[in-house]
Design a protein around this ligand. Structure first.
Ligand SMILES: Cc1ncc(COP(=O)(O)O)c(C=O)c1O
Length: 438
């Protein structure tokens, strides 16, 4: 038995993501999870206020998900997915195509959010090549967007501290306004505007016949600041993609599976993208798995007697049966536990509690959708590296609440398994801490 503390053993060998290893505090050693709670090796209980990076929805260590995983492991843990198939991958694809908007009928698996984006980018580029329009090879992306950390995903993301060291690797994209109403890019007031910020997209599409696709995070831009959209912006994106004949890629890696109150965020505006990217909550937060789903029209452009027209993308763990099995179990839980109804109830509660915070002198803006509550704190310099983030994180930790603010943007995004009283307790802590800021 090793007598050293987990965090000391970690420090000796590990390198953590987004972490300045020289100055970061020692990591929390988590030994167990149950429901919305995480337990540390030194006996603390912490409420998981970020759903473990937005992946967990039904709670930690859910008996039904545990069982699905164990059952599948006893049958088949993995097999390569070219030339072979298996029931978990097929059943999950059937279930997904039943709940996705009509038209999204083809499922391509990969491993995580970033790879789902890489697949979408490659699919869009090759779609136009296969159709004989290779000049369509550029992308439009939004300011404040975040789509992942691989090179293609970084290219379509907003340029920031996350991408600055890798600038030389990135391909150029057309970047257009996002509807960040609190900091309106066209300096209008939401109560009187007509979504004038959309014109930037329209002008960009009109001027550039070489555009292959527009990529967006529908209704909620996550890592870029928890920016909640008016649904008219989303309908406008679909309308312009139709008008200019370009593909619309919806990155629902964060928003998919109920996070915004609907199963998929595109439903808020009743629109269907040409390509949708899903990951995070797909497996209930258990296993890395991702989906890039598309239409028969995109799929059929790859069908050819010439084998070189196939989509050349894959991963060793494509369609991992354990991940697919747990994803199926997670989708069943939505029905058995009436998950979306609980999300609706939480959504009203979050809205009411957020509005009460609005008038606090330290609060610039509050934004919410579904089970996401965000508070933009007043600060002379915003951004991810704003010191308020770690300072608030430490304060909440002492109160038994695990939050990870994005600089001066504090957000709460728990597993849907949270009870109304647990959520009330969290908002009480947030209220208290914000009041105490000098
Ligand atoms: C909208 C969105 N797209 C893509 C990603 C990248 O996903 P992953 O971290 O699984 O690569 C994220 C991650 O936070 C995300 O929020």
């Amino acid at each position: 038995m090793n007598k050293l503390r987990l965090s000391d053993r970690d420090r000796a060998r590990l390198w953590h993501p987004y972490t300045q290893m020289k100055t970061a505090p020692e990591p929390l050693a988590i030994v167990r999870g149950e429901g919305v709670w995480l337990y540390t090796d030194d006996g603390r209980r912490l409420l998981d206020g970020t759903s473990s990076w937005w992946v967990n929805i039904h709670g930690h260590s859910h008996p039904k998900l545990n069982e699905a995983l164990a059952c599948q492991a006893a049958k088949l843990e993995h097999v390569m997915f070219a030339g072979c198939t298996h029931e978990p991958a097929i059943e999950l694809a059937e279930r997904l195509t039943n709940i996705l908007s009509q038209g999204l009928s083809r499922i391509f698996y990969s491993d995580n959010g970033s790879t789902a984006i890489e697949v979408a980018i490659k699919m869009a580029i090759q779609y136009w090549q296969n159709r004989g329009e290779p000049q369509r090879k550029e992308f439009v992306a939004l300011h404040h967007g975040f789509h992942g950390d691989t090179v293609g995903a970084m290219s379509v993301s907003e340029q920031s501290v996350f991408t600055q060291a890798f600038q030389s690797l990135l391909f150029p994209v057309h970047r257009v306004h996002s509807p960040y109403c609190y900091r309106c890019p066209v300096e209008l007031d939401r109560s009187r505007c007509h979504i004038e910020c959309l014109q930037d997209l329209e002008n960009t599409l009109a001027r550039n016949p070489s555009i292959a696709a527009v990529i967006i995070e529908p209704m909620l831009q996550g890592a870029g600041g928890m920016i909640v959209w008016p649904q008219e912006f989303l309908s406008g994106v679909r309308e312009f993609c139709n008008r200019f004949g370009v593909l619309m890629i919806a990155d629902e890696i964060l928003t998919g599976f109920g996070r915004t109150g609907k199963m998929f965020a595109c439903e808020h505006a009743n629109v269907s993208p040409d390509i949708i990217c899903l990951s995070k909550a797909l497996t209930g937060g258990y296993m890395p798995l991702a989906v890039t789903a598309t239409t028969e029209a995109v799929y059929e452009s790859f069908l050819n007697d010439d084998r070189s027209k196939a989509l050349f993308h894959g991963h060793s763990y494509t369609a991992n049966p354990l991940a697919c099995a747990v994803a199926i179990a997670s989708l069943k839980l939505f029905e058995e536990e009436k998950t979306l109804e609980h999300v609706q109830a939480l959504s009203h509660q979050f809205h009411d509690r957020l509005e009460k915070l609005r008038d606090n002198r330290n609060v610039g803006d509050v934004r919410g959708i579904g089970t996401v509550a965000a508070i933009e704190l007043e600060s002379p310099d915003g951004g991810y590296l704003n010191e308020l983030g770690p300072k608030l994180g430490r304060e909440f930790l002492q109160r038994g609440l695990l939050l990870r603010p994005l600089g001066n943007i504090l957000y709460f995004m728990p597993p849907y398994a949270i009870s109304v009283s647990e959520a009330d307790w969290v908002f009480d802590q947030i209220d208290d801490v914000i009041q105490s800021l000098s």
